[in-house]
Write a protein that binds this ligand. Structure first.
Ligand code: ASP
Length: 328
């Protein structure tokens, strides 16, 4: 009875507001009546902290999660001191800085670029692929031609520091991913906005000194990034070959669909990867894999293969860096 009275009272107030200000009433109905934690944004590694700040500026003003994740990761792409993403990213073994990126919104729109050279913001080229072409992925020369046609500038991404490091590497030419020390790493960012919509973006220069033409998981939807607006979103970092093998982030989102929390889903996905590493008689200590996930209620989770992965969460309370729990 009490509940019924409350309901009638609330309905009366809302219909009053509806008559005076329909937009306000819709906003109240959509946003204010639930316990959902939003907006919220999370992203991989230390560099996620500053990138979250940029994303938060958009999210806190009722901006769209898609705009927030694009702007957030752009910061990292443009920073020459972040040596595993965008400008200043480490080159492949032939000295080319080749970039991978993808983006996904709440409608299932996707765009991606792979092995793209000379463009500081591959994430924005990925968004242009999504919004302005009938395709979802462009690679190499074709991706560059498209970027130039859209007004992106051709630039030299190989900074002096990265060039010196590559020349040093050429002395041994031993390809060996090094875990947790930025010899690779991706910024992956997922966000839930005030309207309850999820989006994600990720961008990287991939594994340092990789073979020319190597593409990792970062431009592959379902591998390093997946968003399902009914369920949640996930992004990954680490050895891309392993994440592709398990369709990692699609797996995380599907596990959430089956009822797992974001934390449980990330843990299960890392365990699956671990099993395949052991099956193939590889040493798991040579690899790092990290997942972060976010569901429709704004609940988050993270898990990685071994100690050393961290991620940043920004919500209405704070922006903080968290050490991820790990398997081995
Ligand atoms: N996943 C990226 C790649 O394999 C690298 C990373 O995130 O560490 O290219």
């Amino acid at each position: 009875m009490e509940n019924r009275r409350k309901f009638i009272k609330k309905a009366g107030i809302i219909s009053g507001i509806l008559a005076l200000n329909p937009l306000k009433a819709i906003e109240i109905l959509a946003n204010k009546s639930s316990k959902i934690r939003k907006p919220v944004v999370l992203s991989t590694w230390n560099f996620g902290l500053q990138s979250n700040e940029i994303a938060w500026k958009i999210l806190s003003k009722n901006g769209k999660s898609l705009d927030a994740v694009e702007a957030g990761v752009q910061l990292c792409e443009g920073d020459p001191n972040e040596r595993s993403v965008g400008l200043g990213g480490r080159p492949d073994r032939d000295g080319h800085v080749t970039l991978d990126a993808c983006i996904m919104d709440e409608m299932g729109n996707i765009g991606s670029v792979a092995c793209l050279e000379h463009i500081v913001h591959p994430i924005s080229v990925a968004r242009a692929v999504m919004e302005k072409t009938p395709h979802v992925m462009l690679v190499g020369e074709g991706a560059l031609e498209f970027a130039l046609s859209q007004g992106f500038k051709k630039e030299n991404l190989l900074t002096e520091d990265s060039r010196k490091e590559w020349q040093e590497w050429l002395k041994t030419s031993e390809y060996k991913p090094i875990v947790n020390v930025e010899n690779h790493d991706t910024i992956g960012m997922i966000a839930l906005d005030e309207f309850g919509n999820l989006s994600g973006a990720c961008t990287t220069s991939g594994m340092a000194f990789k073979m020319h033409g190597r593409v990792g998981d970062s431009p592959i939807i379902g591998a390093e990034l997946y968003v399902d607006n009914e369920i949640g979103a996930a992004t990954a970092t680490g050895q891309g070959e392993e994440v592709i093998r398990t369709c990692g982030t699609h797996l995380v989102v599907e596990l959430m669909r089956q009822g797992k929390t974001p934390q449980e889903a990330c843990e299960e996905a890392v365990k699956r990867i671990y099993k395949l590493i052991i099956l193939r008689k590889k040493n798991p200590k040579d690899l790092q894999i990290g997942f972060i996930a976010l569901n429709k209620n704004g609940e988050t989770g993270a898990f990685c293969l071994q100690k050393g992965f961290n991620y940043a969460i920004h919500d209405a309370k704070e922006n903080k860096l968290i050490d991820s729990p790990y398997l081995i």
